[in-house]
Design a protein around this ligand. Sequence first.
Ligand code: NI
Length: 174
Amino acid sequence: MDKFETILKAGNPKLVQPCQPVTDFSKRLHDWVRAMFNIMELHQGVGIAAPQVGLAYQLFVYGFQQNQRYPNEKPISKTICVNPIVLDYEETMLESYEGCLSLPGLRGLVPRWEKVHLKAQDVSGTHFERQAEGFEARIIQHEMDHLQGILYPQKMKDLSTLGFTQEMLNAGIL
Ligand code: NI
């Protein structure tokens, strides 16, 4: 079974290349998904995209029961998104502090659509649609960006809000 040892960090060229669609829904994909959830949970992530473990495929997973990095967020069911497409979104944007396992220790204020309507395939290739809002919509947009080689600082309006999580916690900003 595949096991991913590390999460690639910003600066690794594999994080900025676009991803190809998944066409093979065999055991290999199931193994990748399991291994992605494992390394995500090991690092207290709420979502992880395939390029973060070096796979240039249109695939991400997210979901958690409770999370140390985002202790105030409600649980989100574990979800696998293969070949995702945004069908529609709510024009209203919300700004909130966001982090990424590829930029460990940092947070920045990122505007995201309030709601998003997503179409994707599950690990078996079955199509499904998902309406998400709030933190889940934020995670989806963040992970979709990874599949385009985009990291969240590129979506920030004000880079002065980028900083270290611990400093922001100390200052009561988070
Ligand atoms: Ni990320």
